[in-house]
Ligand binder design. Sequence first.
Ligand code: IDP
Ligand code: MG
Length: 151
Amino acid sequence: MADMQTTYIMIKPDGVQRGLVGEIINRFERKGLRMVGLRQLTPSMELAETHYAVHSERPFYSGLIEFITSGPVVAMAWTGVDAISVARNIIGPTNGRDAAPGTIRGDWAMDIGHNIIHGSDGEDTASFELGLWFPDGLCDWVLDAESQIYE
Ligand code: IDP
Ligand code: MG
């Protein structure tokens, strides 16, 4: 399919601690996205710093690195047509207090620093992040339901 993209999605330590892993996975699955990667790990400092390198000059950076390395995250890869923007819409804006109900952050987040989940913001970022968190590659499979999901 022409506009197929794969995006990097990560449930942050607050989302894992609050027991939201299953409900979050369900939101992407029921939308019609195809899971092609899943792993749970506590990120090393090096991994976290590489992932968030773009924010290294921001005042919140050290707190962000401390938070993201504080416990396990759930790293995921999801594929679909325009998956990057579709996933960002499911997630909602960065500050949970501004996020609409029905989005992940709108339903569960109250703070910009503890906002449950990460999603890639563009194609270059997605391929960088997928390579970083899934160095062994992704799972290539056929979701039969895509014949019903897409026209
Ligand atoms: P995004 O996750 O919606 O793409 P970004 O602007 O890329 O948001 O910021 C990356 C992450 O850095 C956010 O998800 C949030 O965890 C954290 N962050 C961003 N801005 C702030 C802030 O002003 N204070 C604390 N943490 C922040
Ligand atoms: Mg971002």
